[in-house]
Ligand binder design. Structure first.
Ligand SMILES: NC(=O)c1ccc[n+]([C@@H]2O[C@H](COP(=O)([O-])OP(=O)(O)OC[C@H]3O[C@@H](n4cnc5c(N)ncnc54)[C@H](OP(=O)(O)O)[C@@H]3O)[C@@H](O)[C@H]2O)c1
Length: 271
């Protein structure tokens, strides 16, 4: 198995770095491509004492590759697609580009070409990513197994229907930035109530991690989980009342946030 990372930028490096921490792929099985020298250097150094091979051009990376990960910005895809299309028909592509559809990928890379679209997110850096994927009919069982192993190293994996990927992009692809913004406000507010920044940051992060884990594992409705914290006349009730007092402001803001990100994902799909 050889993986070529086409676009060795932030996400390409994050994914390669994560894979190297697992047992599936070693430094000799991953190479990267970027026109940017600093990105190539950072990518190479992920291999530690065995620097990863990097290329300025795409063709040498595709030679001998089993899977090619397309991790350039969607805006750059049209300029690299003709070079990717030169690869042998068996090469399986995994695209993480927001908004570029399987139809668009097939029309530029070949109709019978195995292609997987996936939407990862940056918490994969610590093995806590969320990955959603879908595949075209060219992908065979063995390639699905390869992809499954790659995604499995990143975190939680779900298969979705392609039309759902815009919502996925908004919720879990862009989502870490939304949660970070919310946590930043909570930390600032706790500091205003007298907590040192370090303590506020630690408690905010652990509360987010713990609440997420509880939601995943408890199998209860969110309203039940809230009710378990809230008691009549207590602190949580006071906080929730303040949070919800301004005629659904939080709900409206979060709906607008997800709608805007999903809309942008659909726009990126348009030529
Ligand atoms: N960031 C996230 O949380 C996230 C989550 C899910 C999916 N994604 C998707 O991941 C993709 C990459 O995002 P990113 O944040 O990692 O972007 P990035 O840091 O800009 O990385 C893209 C890399 O591809 C390189 N590149 C550009 N043109 C190229 C070419 N012709 N040949 C080879 N490499 C080329 C870029 O170089 P230049 O600097 O010269 O452009 C850069 O090194 C995007 O499509 C995005 O939709 C991102």
């Amino acid at each position: 198995m050889k993986l070529a990372v086409i676009g060795a930028g932030k996400m390409g490096q994050a994914i390669a770095g994560r894979l190297l921490e697992g047992t599936y792929l070693g430094p000799d099985a991953i190479c990267g491509v970027s026109p940017v020298a600093a990105d190539r250097d950072a990518f190479a150094s992920l291999g530690g004492s065995t620097p990863l091979v990097t290329h300025e051009e795409i063709a040498p990376a595709l030679a001998g590759a089993t899977v090619a990960l397309i991790s350039v910005k969607p805006q750059h895809y049209p300029e690299i697609a003709p070079q990717l299309a030169q690869a042998g028909p068996e090469l399986c592509f995994i695209s993480i580009m927001a908004g570029i559809t399987l139809e668009a990928l097939e029309s530029s890379l070949g109709r019978s070409r195995p292609i997987i679209r996936c939407m990862p997110n940056t918490p994969l850096l610590v093995g806590q990513g969320a990955v959603a994927w879908c595949a075209n009919s060219g992908v065979k069982g063995e390639q699905l197994q390869l992809a499954d192993r790659i995604f499995g190293e990143m975190g939680t994996v779900v298969q979705v229907d392609e039309p759902q990927l815009d919502a996925v992009t908004a919720l879990s692809g862009s989502g870490p930035a939304f949660f970070f913004r919310i946590m930043q406000h909570l930390i600032d507010a706790a500091m205003a109530e007298g907590l040192p920044e370090k303590t506020a940051r630690l408690l905010a992060a652990q509360t987010a991690v713990g609440s997420g884990a509880l939601l995943q594992q408890a199998g209860e409705e969110i309203e039940t989980l809230i009710a378990n914290v809230r008691s009549k006349g207590g602190t949580t009730e006071a906080g929730l009342e303040a949070m919800e007092s301004e005629a659904g402001t939080l709900e409206a803001i979060l709906h607008k946030t997800i709608q805007a990100a999903a809309k942008r994902s659909r726009e990126l799909a348009k030529p």
